[in-house]
Design a protein around this ligand. Structure first.
Ligand code: 76R
Length: 275
């Protein structure tokens, strides 16, 4: 079996998703003043994170038994993600949080389409693949793409009242193995995937973050929408798309309702309502 070509990817912010459960049994014993103090502290902490100069943070109230709080952070480096982590652990509020799940990845843009175009252009210019001139022109084209895609590599956390997060792999089975498909086969499958996805333009925002080498799955999928049913419809329709039906493998799903720092009290009193 020959080795097939890995796709070019470009990376942006590092991404951490953190899930916590809340220590309700202790919380219930606290007087209103104590609760107020902790809520204020948590809100102030979150506000600082959302106003960071480089990156963004958002908080979600998790639905169901999997957790209470989902925090999503985009940051320029692993060090910056660790600063977020430690600063939370230094709060008193953290004494009542229990980390139950976390996921590390980096915003990734797959270059299947772009690289196909670039390669055709370089060949048309008469450059020979592998030559110094070709490599230099290729690197320059990649750099241009990176500059053109700044907004997508370094975005704010997309708007949308709800976030759906899940990790996924591309299958490496005996029969269906994404990693033994040729570049052209994968490019064509990704084109189909993109076309299915684009039907949902305006209703959902996806952030794809790569996690090979960082975490237990290969990608993190973060979807943001104002209508939670859009997650169901989109993910369902994707299941029929070949890139997912033959090659997609999925981890746990987490769904949360976004809240602002000043709504921390509502989250803890169960009174967070639709705006
Ligand atoms: O980046 C782009 O918008 C261009 C096209 C595109 C790429 C390259 C695209 C579009 N995706 C890309 C890459 Mn996607 N995506 C998923 C999932 O649940 C499932 O079945 C799979 C999880 C969803 C729901 C989704 C939605 N996408 C990827 C990759 C990287 C693969 C690789 O590089 O090998 C993964 C793992 C992945 C998974 N995708 C879109 C969407 C939607 C809604 C779009 C259209 C976005 C838009 O045009 O606004």
């Amino acid at each position: 079996m020959t080795t097939v070509e890995a796709p070019e990817t470009i990376e942006g912010w590092y991404v951490q998703h953190d899930l916590f459960t809340f220590q309700w049994s202790q919380w219930r014993t606290f007087a209103p003043a104590k609760r107020h103090q902790l809520v204020e502290e948590a809100a102030a902490w979150l506000k600082v994170q959302t106003q960071t100069e480089a990156g963004d943070s958002a908080a979600f109230n998790v639905v169901g038994h999997k957790g209470d709080l989902l925090l999503t952070h985009f940051r320029p480096s692993l060090e910056a993600l660790n600063q977020v982590k430690v600063s939370l652990r230094q709060t008193e509020f953290f004494s009542y949080l229990e980390p139950v799940y976390g996921y590390l990845s980096v915003i990734e843009l797959g270059m299947y389409e772009v690289i196909g175009v670039v390669k055709r252009q370089l060949s048309a210019q008469g450059l020979e693949e592998g030559s110094d001139a070709y490599n230099a022109a290729y690197q320059e084209a990649l750099q241009q793409q990176k500059e053109a895609l700044q907004d997508r590599l370094y975005p704010e956390i997309p708007a949308g009242r709800y976030q759906c997060f899940y990790p996924m792999n591309k299958r490496r089975g005996e029969t269906h193995n994404w990693y033994t498909l040729s570049m052209d086969e994968r490019r064509s499958l990704m084109r189909g995937h993109g076309m299915t996805g684009r039907k949902y333009a305006g209703r959902v925002k996806q952030i794809i973050s790569g996690s090979v080498g960082f975490d237990d799955w290969e990608w993190g999928v973060s979807l943001f929408a104002d209508d939670p049913l859009v997650f169901k419809k989109l993910v369902y329709e994707m299941r029929f798309d070949t890139a997912s039906s033959l090659y997609g493998e999925f981890g746990e799903f987490f769904v949360g309702i976004r809240f602002e720092p000043e709504q921390f009290g509502d989250v803890l009193s169960g009174t967070l309502t639709a705006p």
